[in-house]
Design a protein around this ligand. Sequence first.
Ligand SMILES: [Zn+2]
Length: 321
Amino acid sequence: MSFAGRNAAVRQRTLKNAINCTGIALHAGTKVTMTLRPGEPDSGIVFRRTDIAGGAAIIPATWDHVVDTRMCTMLGNSHGVTVCTVEHVMAALAGCRIDNAVIEVDGPEVPIMDGSAAPFVFLVECAGVVEQDAPRLYIRVLKPVSIVDDGHAVSLTPTVGKGLSASFEIDFDSPLVARQSISIGLTEGVFKDALARARTFGFLTDVERMRAAGLARGGSLDNAVVIGGDRILNEEGLRFADEFVRHKILDVVGDLYLAGGPIIGHFDGVCSGHSANNRLLRALFDDGEAWTTERLRIAKKDEGLAAGVWSGDLAAGAATA
Ligand SMILES: [Zn+2]
């Protein structure tokens, strides 16, 4: 590959500086410190447990390292070392277009922060972002793949666009959440403006059941929207009228970034979660004809896009049904 060719392609990006934060582990309820560090070109996103010695501490953030999806997305390596609740920081890195980074944590959980991805976007912005001398590899969906279960469905379909777009529909048996749908093109800035602040949510009855099982010990109204009967228990209310479905898309963005690169395609989800998202990636990569990797040219200014920005084919927008 010539140097000129490299220059013309959209490049990989990493953090300019290391940065850290401290928060609560949602399930253990303990304090956890996380440090985001720059990563080498082509190294991807990698977790490192600083409380574990040697190579066993390294857990690549890829779909084939997902070992549990019941409460959150949990990654693990062949040494049995795991890290869970990775989806919100992965979503922030996807939304900020960070290709390479080392995420250090001093325990088995990423801090939950406020239950959204906004604190992680803020960290990335504080650390700064630099371009690297390597082309960004996109994963283009070439043919539809889907996972359909009782009441849940997810699919990835090809798009003529240059990025990811996503539609999601939830339908809960609750007057407050009920049916919400959203369709969004993840163009530059859309993640931060429309999705990053949407918090995870739960029903009070589920929270009580999880607590009884020794889970969600760190859960509070500071890191989740909690619905009790026909009201939101959080004093400040909702950040978006359709915050629930926006959070579901945030989770999708994080889970799909475990593809190992940005996906060019359209995601459609109905009442699905982390498990279906991971099974969808496994189905995609199981079929060699369903995807290909591709480099993108830097968009010209007269195309209405800033340099290096990709665009989805749907206008950013949300509809609540
Ligand atoms: Zn989530």
